[in-house]
Ligand binder design. Structure first.
Ligand code: PEP
Length: 373
């Protein structure tokens, strides 16, 4: 069951809904389907489809486009009562006018949907490898060299990042020199420096050449008790040292089965990402990683990934507006060469955070080839 309050409202399939709504409006307005009930049904259907179409398109628009879209809808709202017959019975008259208004807004929303669907997205395509606590330093260097060696076979439009253990960072940085493959760390301390035995500061990893840092990975949340409070501090440290956080969100199996996944990711975003400034937000990568898919061999279906990625983008847009359209959202959880293309083909999936399959240069690169868009 899906939780009621925060899931995106998808009242009806957009394409069949639009066809049905347009057909019904045509029939009622031409008088072929007479009677107030049909008119009310067509108003309701148009309203539902329009609502969904608006949600879809507005999340993709910048401020100016939203303004034009809304202005066109309002122009229809004001003009429609002035057009058409005036001598119908009162209820019939109101129903006719409402149908006209919704029809107008629906047509605009459909046109926008078509335009935006075909517009190539400008977001960064990213394939990031999370090596976790695997490989010895020399093995890590070999792996990095393997990625560098095969990199030329993959479109230069794909940004590769490798995130080795802390102990390998300096050596891997050396192995990546001269390539466009970027370096990331798997974590950083919540404090800047001082008496924190065993911790590694953001400043230190930045000094070793890291550009990215993974924060909020489910394994850190689960095994090391990382909370939003800690993650807020870590994010601040990352930004203070010029690092781009790859902030992970995702629900566990119980939460998914209880239909709470939308609420879980929303809270993880609100509690941390909502505290960022607009400038910081422009330098953020989100990774959606359903915990039940990490290292289990179970992958979210491409449709499941798209559904929640679109939702995440909507939650981001609620706070950061049009900038949300530029934020890369990666999928993570048993992503491999055989499923990457299908998942990456989805509109709101901008790449992957890869665990197991990042430990073989060949597989990691093959995942990068999954980009067809
Ligand atoms: C991860 O832990 O970030 C991950 C996605 O792991 P895997 O690909 O092995 O499921």
């Amino acid at each position: 069951m899906r939780s009621r309050n925060t899931a995106p409202q998808q009242p009806i399939g957009l394409v069949p809904g639009s066809i049905a709504a347009l057909a019904l409006c045509g029939l009622t307005m031409s008088g072929l389907l007479p009677g107030i009930i049909w008119k009310l049904v067509s108003i309701l259907l148009c309203g539902m489809v329009w609502w969904q179409a608006s949600l879809n398109v507005m999340a993709k628009m910048d401020r100016r486009q939203r303004f034009i879209f809304q202005a066109l809808c309002y122009i229809g709202l004001f003009l429609m009562p002035l057009i058409g017959p005036g001598e119908l019975p009162r209820m019939e008259y109101i129903a006719l006018k409402f149908t006209g208004v919704f029809l107008w807004a629906l047509i605009i929303a459909i046109i926008y949907n078509i335009i935006y669907k075909n517009k190539p997205k400008m977001r960064k395509k990213i394939v990031a490898g999370n090596w976790k606590m695997n490989t010895l330093p020399a093995e890590g260097v070999e792996l990095a060299k393997g990625v560098v060696a095969g990199r030329g076979e993959v479109c230069s439009c794909v940004n590769f990042i490798v995130c080795p253990p802390f102990t390998h960072l300096a050596m891997v940085a050396e192995a990546l020199k001269g390539s466009d493959i970027e370096l990331g760390a798997q974590n950083c301390a919540a404090e800047a420096k001082g008496a924190y035995t065993g911790e590694v500061a953001a400043q230190m990893i930045a000094a070793l050449g890291c550009k990215y840092v993974i924060l909020g990975h489910s394994e850190r949340r689960q095994y090391y008790g990382e909370t939003s409070e800690t993650l807020n501090k870590k994010m601040a440290q990352a930004y203070a040292n010029g690092l781009t956080p790859i902030y992970c969100v995702g629900e566990n199996l119980d939460e998914r089965e209880a239909g709470k996944h939308f609420d879980v990711v929303k809270a993880q975003i609100e509690e941390v990402v909502y505290n960022l400034t607009e400038e910081q937000f422009k330098n953020l990568v989100i990774a959606y990683e359903p915990v039940w898919a990490i290292g289990t061999g179970k992958t979210a279906t491409a449709d499941q990934a798209q559904e929640i990625h679109a939702y995440i983008r909507k939650v981001l847009a609620d706070k950061f507006g049009a900038a949300a359209a530029e934020c890369p959202i990666l999928y993570g959880g048993s992503c491999k060469p055989s499923n990457a293309a299908e998942i990456f083909a989805k509109e709101d999936v901008d790449g992957g955070l890869i665990g197991g399959a990042a430990l073989k240069a060949e597989d990691f690169l093959a995942i990068g080839k999954g980009f067809q868009k």
